[in-house]
Design a protein around this ligand. Structure first.
Ligand SMILES: Cc1cc2nc3c(=O)[nH]c(=O)nc-3n(C[C@H](O)[C@H](O)[C@H](O)COP(=O)(O)OP(=O)(O)OC[C@H]3O[C@@H](n4cnc5c(N)ncnc54)[C@H](O)[C@@H]3O)c2cc1C
Ligand code: FES
Length: 360
């Protein structure tokens, strides 16, 4: 009897596995599911992963900056019917109106047998790009410019201000980075990547990424971009790597002949945090409409700094007048953005004319 015991145990385990596979198949795991996208596109999908992952496997890319950890809130989509109850993980990112309107986070909702979902049309043109790192430049002690040459597809159209997702080679984590290059150059894109202490993606980029490495980019995404049909004067405000999308916006404004008055406030702590100063001073020299205002909040004595000193909010407050007719583009940490919006409000900016990209 004892001789057969191992065989009996293996047999029972195999039987349980078979039943589990069968149950998974019958109740949805690997059965075929249908997703109707924007009312007119039918996708047949398998598995029971999140909507975010399932759509990405079918080449429909919803933006995500946290790789599905419910910490970025970028992956919103709308369910037309059969809307699940909102999860506690989704609540911080959804307004009452959005919840009522069927908006959810696609990384928190699993695919079901039949789903009707709506995505902004702009998202449907996002693609996956095979790229090769062709340049890496150290801009400061903690910010690197990385150029990615596009191989397949070999060109991209993006609006200045938009971002792409970088699937970091080697560790496969996905993070969002604004595009810092001239949108007129469609065969490569550049990102300005700031090292976050203990950050997974940025540690890899700063310590291990090399020229010649392959990387995947997904996008472009985002509704933070230059409003080209407007002729309003512009106030740009950025800190750290927030300079990236503003640089792309300035490339575009330059290509248009700098038709609008632009004031660009850049906040940094000390001289070692400033970069591209010569580039922006040169634009200022060429175009009287453009003013570059770097400000240091805590310059070192050895910096010998003759420019603006103080928090960027104070400098903004001091150097701007009535902003009723202006448009503002802000980029950086949530704290900086909120503080600057308070100053812009004080100067009577109209809420609808404020555009910002939160690097959270
Ligand atoms: C739309 C968008 C555009 C972005 N564009 C840029 C860009 O152009 N350049 C750029 O450098 N970054 C940009 N970011 C931030 C970027 O996506 C990553 O969050 C950042 O690089 C950190 O990634 P990580 O994997 O190194 O850190 P993680 O491993 O994700 O985080 C490690 C720890 O650091 C904290 N942390 C995460 N991000 C930051 C941060 N930015 N500052 C301080 N602490 C942080 C986390 O809470 C966590 O505790 C952008 C984010 C968004 C949403
Ligand atoms: S992917 Fe970041 S919250 Fe869903």
């Amino acid at each position: 009897m004892y001789v057969f015991l191992p065989l009996i145990i293996v047999g029972v385990l195999l039987l349980i596995t078979g039943v589990l596979i069968l149950l998974d198949y019958v109740f949805g795991g690997s059965s075929e599911k249908k997703i109707t996208l924007n009312k007119d596109t039918e996708l047949v999908v398998f598995g029971d992963e999140s909507v975010l992952t399932t759509l990405a496997a079918n080449k429909v890319f919803i933006p995500s900056a946290c790789g599905g950890k419910a910490t970025c809130g970028l992956c919103k989509f709308r369910l037309v019917d059969d809307v699940p109850k909102v999860k506690p993980t989704e609540e911080p990112f959804l307004s009452k109106e959005e919840i009522e309107d069927g908006i959810r986070l696609s990384c928190q909702v699993k695919v079901k047998d039949k789903m009707q979902i709506m995505l902004p049309e702009g998202l449907l043109s996002a693609k996956e790009f095979q790229t090769v790192v062709s340049e890496i430049e150290e801009l400061t002690y903690d910010i690197k410019r990385v150029r990615f040459e596009l191989k397949e597809p070999h060109s991209v159209d993006f609006k200045p201000g938009q971002f792409m997702q970088l699937k970091v080679p080697g560790i496969e984590v996905i993070r969002a980075y604004s595009l810092a290059s001239d949108p007129a150059h469609t065969d490569y894109v550049e990102m300005l990547i700031r090292l976050v202490p203990k950050g997974q993606a940025t540690t890899y980029v700063h310590k291990a990424l090399r020229v010649g490495d392959k990387a995947i980019l997904i996008g472009p995404f985002g509704d933070f971009f230059l409003q080209e049909d407007s002729d309003k004067p512009i106030v740009c405000i950025a800190g750290g790597s927030g300079k990236a999308p503003i640089r792309a916006i300035l490339f575009r404004l330059k290509a248009l002949g700098m038709p609008r008055k632009v004031q660009y406030f850049f906040g940094a702590k000390s001289l070692k945090d400033l970069f591209y100063t010569e580039e922006f001073k040169a634009i200022q020299k060429e175009y009287p409409n453009f003013e570059y205002i770097p400000a240091l909040s805590a310059p070192d004595a050895s910096d010998n700094w003759k420019g603006e000193v103080g928090l960027i909010t104070d400098v903004l407050d001091r150097l701007t007048g009535d902003l009723t007719a202006s448009e503002a583009y802000l980029c950086g940490s949530p704290g900086m953005i909120n503080a600057c919006i308070n100053v812009l409000n004080k100067h009577k900016i109209i809420k609808e004319n404020v555009y910002f990209d939160n690097f959270s």
